[in-house]
Design a protein around this ligand. Sequence first.
Ligand code: LMR
Length: 349
Amino acid sequence: MEYLVLLQNGLVVLFTIAISWKLITYMWGSLKMEKEPMKVLVTGYAIAPMIGRGIMLGPDQPVILHLLDIAPAAEALMGTILSPEVHATIDVTEACKDVNIAIMLGGFPLKEGTERKDMMSKNVPIYKEQASALEEHAASDCKVLVVANPANTNALILKEFAPSIPEKNITCLTRLDHNRALSQIVERLKVYITDVKNVIIWGNHSSTQYPDVNHATVTTINGERPVKELDTDDHWLKNEFINTVQQRGVAIIKARKASSALSAVCAACDHMRDWVLGTPKGTWVSMGVYSDGSYGIPRDIIYSFPVKCEEGKWSIVKGLKIDEFSRAKMDAIAKDLIDEKEVAHSCLN
Ligand code: LMR
């Protein structure tokens, strides 16, 4: 009899706990605040729908888009205003006002037959002007991603002319090359892209970049295996693989008579999403960042390194073993970037 009463009491307690728990979680859910909207500056247009759909910052992140273009494109630009969350303008000051994120896609593209130096003489002054506007009007912790070429050097100029934006907040896109390197491995080894990770793009987003698979792995039914163990053809890895990734941008311009568009904006979304929301555990990605001297790369250039991201901050993956072949390539790119910096400064005189 006593047992029955005890059991009954126990059931009543359990039932009360379950109901209270349900009530608490329901009330917590309805109390949960919506995230503060982020203001995102975009120079260039193709990426805007992806940001609007939450592909860059997550579906629960409200965004207010600031679209900036040059005066001749004003009419087309104004046609993009379809909702109150989109502001389109040709006024750089207005566009930069309080932005938390800036995606700098705009610039004169490299066309077939154009010299890199000619493109630089057009784009570098644009980046100086936009840097000054960001310096004065953007949020103090604005995160900047430069996509337009020469991406590393444009980012460096932006850093120089926006000195109050923390240097760790100014980056350039090499995720496009990173994704291209992953695709090469996928095609070669006939595996899924989600199973390949930790390739590295060192250096410059140009045909001198160094795509490196020395630390890359593939998840197989036998666990994680190094790419170099699954593909022992060193000649392919040191030649065709590297050349294909390095030359992909040029190949696209040749085929389309225009620069890559969709793959570039997808990569820009990947770059920003991982920076803001974090890289998966055990995975790194490539980002062009201000060199802190890691791996013996000189400071004062924007150089692509392997990085991990957590809580809105990136950090360079340290301690990777660098062989002689890689060392020579990494140093040569650093020298290229130092030369490019000089050319950029000469474009400003
Ligand atoms: C790309 O890599 O596809 C582009 O950066 C090429 C270019 O010069 O526009």
